[in-house]
Ligand binder design. Structure first.
Ligand SMILES: [Fe+2]
Ligand SMILES: [Fe+2]
Length: 347
């Protein structure tokens, strides 16, 4: 029996002709996408930011981390941990990239440029969760077992990217997501600095810079898709926006709080790590970057999609104003977070 799909689900929406096109674009990806990757020998590694466990000064350095950690409020830790857990679910994201028709790594060692990108992107991203996990562990402020359980649950649950195995939808999604993480890590960097932990600020800032570089690569791919196939790309952008870009950690659960993602999201919204305004701003940024409003020669379906996405940023902004007014009138509520030993944080 076939597994049941939810209403509106499609998979493998790419035609043979489009598959050919992605094959044809391999040379382009080699010259325009792979160039955004860094050589291993030139790359930072988590150990560059961590105390060396083999050195005599290790215990003193850990004490310094713990001392600095005292100055960071719990609400920041909720966001840092949520971001770290999102990074740690990397196996899910690599699996999804390898679900895209025409660009997946067919063998695990494929030398095709799309496949090489996916493996190297994963390797670069792998440092993010690794570094945040090790550093945050050393602060001594966190219930690591609860955090580890959350990661375990999240990877087991997966995520619904709604990309239908299509690289059009998929690369639009990854463009948004890289920019969202760039914003979010950039904001935790700023907060860490304000609260006196310069090392943590540097860590979050370094990760944010990676996200920016990845955003540039994915954005360039979508720009190319708009050039070679404006109709499908426009319709895919509208489709993705109608479905709304879901966050990778939407299925967050720690074994206690069934609404954990919303509670983490509310804290991120309140302290400005990632807000509904950012979502609208990201859309605006890409509409401008891909010159979506200026694309001509579209089919009626393409034009309808163009009209929809171009009017969407304004609609998001209105919704966001309403949500903001509602949240201003809402009585604040305290929520315990298991990640910080059930200490309570305002949501
Ligand atoms: Fe990342
Ligand atoms: Fe990323």
């Amino acid at each position: 029996m076939k597994p049941k799909m939810s209403k509106g689900d499609k998979s493998h929406s790419l035609t043979q002709e489009k598959l050919e096109m992605f094959r044809f674009l391999e040379g382009w990806a080699e010259e325009n996408m792979l160039t955004f990757l860094k050589r291993v020998e030139d790359s930072w590694q988590p150990q560059d930011f961590l105390p060396d466990a083999s050195s005599k000064s290790f215990t003193d350095e850990v004490q310094d981390i713990k001392a600095r950690a005292e100055g960071i409020p719990d609400e920041c830790y909720v966001c840092l941990v949520g971001n770290m857990i999102t990074e740690e679910a990397l196996p899910t994201y690599q699996s999804l990239l390898n679900s895209f028709d025409g660009t997946r790594d067919e063998t695990g060692v494929s030398m095709k440029s799309w496949a090489r990108w996916t493996r190297s992107w994963t390797a670069e991203e792998n440092r993010h969760g690794d570094l945040l996990n090790k550093y945050l562990y050393l602060t001594g402020r966190l219930n690591m077992k609860q955090i580890e359980k959350t990661i375990h649950y999240l990877i087991s649950s997966g995520m619904d990217m709604k990309a239908e195995s299509s690289p059009y939808l998929g690369f639009i999604y990854t463009s948004f997501q890289e920019r969202a993480t760039f914003i979010s890590h950039g904001n935790t960097a700023r907060l860490a600095k304000v609260h006196g932990d310069v090392t943590l600020a540097k860590i979050c800032g370094t990760i944010a810079a990676d996200e920016k570089r990845h955003e540039m690569a994915y954005t360039k791919v979508v720009e190319k898709l708009f050039n070679v196939d404006p109709n499908t790309t426009m319709v895919s952008l509208a489709d993705m926006m109608r479905k709304r870009i879901t966050m990778p950690a939407a299925l967050l659960y720690d074994g206690q709080d069934h609404n954990l993602f919303n509670h983490y999201g509310a804290v991120a919204q309140r302290i400005g790590v990632y807000t509904t305004k950012d979502y609208g701003d990201i859309l605006d940024f890409f509409l401008e970057r891909w010159r979506v409003g200026e694309i001509t020669g579209l089919s009626p379906e393409g034009r309808e999609a163009q009209e929809y996405v171009c009017g969407l940023a304004e609609r998001i902004r209105k919704l966001e104003e309403r949500a903001h007014t509602r949240s201003m009138n809402k009585r604040s509520q305290m929520m315990p977070f298991s990640w910080i030993f059930n200490r309570e944080v305002e949501v």
